[in-house]
Design a protein around this ligand. Structure first.
Ligand code: HEM
Length: 290
């Protein structure tokens, strides 16, 4: 978010004065849309790659005497015909039509994730890997650009770094979110700081590190990376778990944007301009802390 002098106050039809402020810098907006676009292609191509072996394991050991599978998507023959199943930590769920056994009626086939959730939609591991790695490098470079820009223009320190006061505001913030009561201010609220900080400083870096740990060429350059992550299979499981958390973040992110006022929110992340709430009667004008 930029601090600029030309904030514009505008009277509204309902008589309340609101202020249009320049909230998101061009670096925040540009990098946001590049990573949103990249993550879309990475998710769908990643699910195609996962389909080549729709199972996840923990640990370094493998062999018939070990059962270290924590997730399995598959198909089985039953008295009523083939069914798809998903097994998580030994608990089996019937997921016919979506996971394990899917396709147009009469043409179902055994496959982990369904055709509509993968790139390409048909089985093609080679193309999926090309798409996945291409966008992985775009995502990594974009994150680096965001980090450098955010350090130089103060976005990270000013808008994302948590403060003691954020901790104090947390309970109020949780209650407000639960009641769908949103405050449109220049600053991110505590939950936003936690969510965005979690994505940018924990989930995305962990995604990149576990991705690198699975690459055979990286294994020869940095063999310890695989080691500290608990082996290749554990790295793959962490990679998949981070994907699930990012999808969860995305769903909540979109719901919050819809609830907070999609036009104002979208204008801010597209043009940078954001309409803030009118100041409450008892509010004194204050300088924004830098
Ligand atoms: C995978 C997809 C996405 C991810 C990982 C993501 C993540 C983020 C992050 C980390 C921020 C904070 C950026 C910063 O301050 O530097 C942000 C802000 C924002 N994003 Fe997304 N986003 C995604 C998709 C979208 C989409 C599809 C939309 C619109 C429909 C959207 C709308 C917004 C808006 C409006 C903000 C600003 C929120 C505010 O100022 O209160 N995002 N997003």
């Amino acid at each position: 978010m930029d601090t600029v002098a030309n904030d514009q106050s505008a009277p509204r039809a309902d008589g309340k004065d609101t202020t249009l402020i320049y909230r998101q810098s061009r670096w925040t907006r540009l990098t946001h849309w590049i990573w949103a676009f990249s993550l879309f292609f990475m998710l769908l191509s990643g699910l195609q790659i996962f389909n080549a072996r729709p199972q996840l394991y923990i640990g370094k050991q493998s062999g018939f005497e070990f059962n270290n599978t924590i997730l399995q998507i598959g198909a089985e023959n039953t008295a009523t015909g083939p069914r798809g199943f998903t097994e998580i930590f030994g608990h089996r769920f019937d997921t016919t039509g979506v996971l394990g056994w899917s396709g147009p009626p009469g043409q179902e086939t055994p496959r982990g994730f369904p055709a509509w959730a993968t790139i390409p939609s048909y089985y093609d591991l080679g193309t999926a890997r090309v798409v996945h790695f291409f966008f992985a490098w775009i995502l990594t470079s974009t994150l680096l650009v965001w980090l450098i820009a955010g350090l130089i223009n103060g976005h990270i320190r000013r808008d994302l770094a948590p403060r003691v006061s954020d901790l104090r505001k947390l309970p109020r913030d949780i209650v407000d979110h639960a009641k769908l009561k949103f405050h449109h201010t220049r600053e991110y609220n505590t939950l936003q700081k936690m969510a965005y900080g979690g994505v940018l400083f924990v989930l995305l870096p962990l995604m990149i590190i576990t991705g690198l740990a699975m690459s055979p060429s990286m294994n020869s350059v940095l063999p310890w990376l695989n080691e500290i992550l608990g082996g290749r299979q554990t790295a793959r499981t962490i990679h998949f778990t981070v994907m699930v958390l990012l999808v969860l973040f995305f769903v909540i992110h979109i719901l919050m944007i819809l609830a907070a006022g999609p036009i104002n929110e979208l204008r801010s992340i597209i043009t940078g301009w954001y309409r803030t709430d009118p100041p409450a009667k008892h509010d004194q004008p204050t300088e924004r802390s830098a």
